[in-house]
Ligand binder design. Structure first.
Ligand code: SAH
Length: 215
């Protein structure tokens, strides 16, 4: 699967995508991540990418043309049109079933907004879907875009060591959360690990885990 980030801050994305589980998946070639600097597609001699909103209002908006040129150049390079998602607080709030659905795609391009957001026309013409990470606002679409790419990537074969790593987890089955977990030492600051987990009785342990999940 391939993700393309369209951003004014590719280094923010690269820093995250090169480390830990995603960094390893990338090295193994299970997932491809490419970051594209929208500013490189500015037609302005000062490489300007934003301007004041029509009708007044606070702040600046990202202009349509550099984003359009960046996306069109990507489509040309890939020879296909990736599914294009704009990270936006106005979008549908992300959940695990949306992530499962998106994990079936082969190419996703993610538009990361900045400032007050992007010119609506670029959304109307190019964007397939607007996705929000929750009903609050952050300063840019890079963190939301990384959350989207991270949550999808960990469902791909070979990224985690096996399927049960994510199938047992919170939200994999709707309205189900993971049971509490403990590691060594067995007693920490006078608090003991529940006896059942040390019993070695597989059926009893499974039963406890199911009960705790429901709770
Ligand atoms: N003026 C906009 C907020 C802009 S925040 C509004 O009121 O709706 C700047 C950028 O951060 C957005 O373009 C978007 O890409 C990103 N962003 C902020 N909050 C987000 C959220 N909850 N989910 C996804 N992206 C978000």
């Amino acid at each position: 699967m391939r993700f393309d980030f369209l951003t004014l801050f590719p280094d923010i994305c690269e820093a995250f995508l090169s480390e830990s589980i995603l960094g390893r998946a990338r090295k193994k070639g299970i997932v491809e991540f490419c970051c594209h600097q929208i500013r490189n597609y500015s037609f302005d001699k000062h490489k300007k990418v934003d301007d004041a909103p029509y009708g007044g209002g606070q702040g600046m908006l990202m202009m349509a043309e550099p984003i359009a040129l960046c996306f069109e150049s990507l489509c040309k390079k890939l020879k296909i049109r990736p599914y294009f998602i704009y990270m936006s607080p106005k979008g549908v709030v992300l959940n695990q079933s949306k992530i499962k659905e998106l994990s079936k795609l082969s190419n996703i391009a993610i538009l990361c907004g900045r400032y007050e957001g992007v010119d609506q026309r670029v959304i109307d013409v190019f964007v397939d879907e607007e996705i929000s990470i929750g009903n609050y606002v952050v300063t840019g679409g890079e963190l939301p875009g990384l959350i989207l790419a991270d949550s999808i990537s960990r469902l791909l074969d070979g990224v985690l060591s096996n399927k049960s790593c994510y199938e047992d987890e919170s939200h994999f089955v709707e309205k189900t959360l993971e049971y509490p977990q403990y590691t060594r030492p067995a007693v920490w600051r006078k608090l003991s690990v529940p006896d059942v987990l040390k019993s070695g009785d597989y059926a009893k342990i499974q039963n406890w885990k199911n009960e705790m999940s429901k709770k």
